[in-house]
Design a binder for this molecule. Structure first.
Ligand code: COA
Ligand code: MG
Length: 299
């Protein structure tokens, strides 16, 4: 499956040091797992966590879930060894924290290339600094060449709040413009965009509201911190019948011989552009993968 067609509705973080969580993930219906070596692991546990994560991935049992290792920053004492370990472990990709510029992407790609990462291994980037928001287009643009490996952004809303002083309110009004800016940039360059975590993990009503908001903004999925968040998240980020119908109509309309050379048409009284048809095809392909997952993933 092409990395850009992978379903990324639910993306569950787990601290690399938490053996119980590493084991439990094998039974959870999460589309992706992020094995965290960064913020959730204390400095004196970094090496132990790395070793555990490598051995969990090598032992396997995670089925079709996309497996991502969040490394420490490349400028830290652990970052480069984390990248090497992720390659050794056979992870599907790495997630690099605190990316703020196109150069940061280039450095991460180079670290992967230098360590002999296979061509299919992908790069994910945390968008969590004020500078990343200001430089969002140049960061997105790096994804134009597949050699950069960049497929996915993960929003670090806790870090953004901490760095800026913006409050983490239920309606997220203080950071709404940043969220939408990221959606625009990710869409322009075909990146998956995964929303930030919802900290109050026992509050499932609040969590559902934030998932719904993220979906309506255009996010592909949400990062999660607790297994209880997976089911509502998958539910909200799966397409409903109306969406599927609409997407099929757009594809069918552009497939008509009389529309074959048109850039824009009218469908049900609304203007639809060819770019909508391209997006519709991609969405449909991802939804077909979601369908396969729901039939085969949960143990
Ligand atoms: N991944 C996998 N399993 C998890 C999990 C996670 N992120 N969080 C909890 N679990 C498991 C627990 O091990 C426990 O399993 P068990 O009952 O089969 O033994 C079960 O889910 C219930 O956990 P619960 O007791 O409700 O939560 P907790 O108090 O153990 O943990 C947190 C709460 C927040 C500390 C924990 O969920 C966590 O560490 N989340 C991830 C944090 C993280 O990675 N942050 C970095 C990015 S922001
Ligand atoms: Mg962070």
């Amino acid at each position: 499956m092409s990395p850009s067609l992978r379903p990324r509705r639910s993306v569950l973080y787990m601290p690399g040091i938490n053996l119980r969580a590493l084991e439990k993930a094998k039974t959870l219906a999460t589309d992706c797992v992020i094995f965290d070596l960064e913020d959730s692991v204390a400095p004196d546990e970094k090496e132990a966590a790395r070793g555990q994560v490598v051995s969990a991935l090598k032992t396997g049992g995670y089925g079709s879930r996309e497996l991502i290792i969040r490394t420490n920053g490349l400028a830290t004492p652990w970052g480069n060894d984390d990248v090497i370990a992720a390659i050794d472990a056979g992870a599907d990709g790495i997630l690099v924290p605190k990316v703020s510029s196109a150069e940061d992407i280039a450095a991460a790609t180079k670290a992967m290339d230098d360590a002999g990462a296979p061509v299919a291994m992908t790069l994910w980037a945390m968008i969590e600094t004020p500078l990343a928001i200001l430089n969002i287009q140049e960061i997105a643009q790096t994804a134009q060449v597949p050699e950069a490996r960049l497929t996915t952004w993960v929003l670090g809303t806790n870090d953004l709040a901490k760095e800026t002083g913006a409050h983490l309110t239920e309606d997220r009004l203080p950071m709404l413009s940043w969220l939408s800016t990221c959606v625009a940039a990710a869409s322009a360059y075909n990146l998956s965009l995964i929303d930030g975590v919802y900290n109050d993990f026992r509050n499932l009503d609040g969590f559902r509201n934030e998932c719904t908001q993220g979906k309506s903004l255009g996010m592909d999925g949400k990062t999660l911190i607790h297994p209880g968040q997976i089911e509502p998240c998958n539910d909200i980020f799966s397409p409903d019948e109306d969406e599927i119908k609409q997407v099929r109509e757009i594809i069918a309309a552009f497939d008509l011989p009389e529309n074959s050379d048109k850039g824009v048409i009218t469908l049900n009284g609304v203007m639809v552009e060819r770019l909508h048809a391209d997006m519709a095809r991609r969405k449909l392909a991802i939804w077909q993968e979601i369908e396969k997952l729901s039939q085969g993933q949960v143990d």
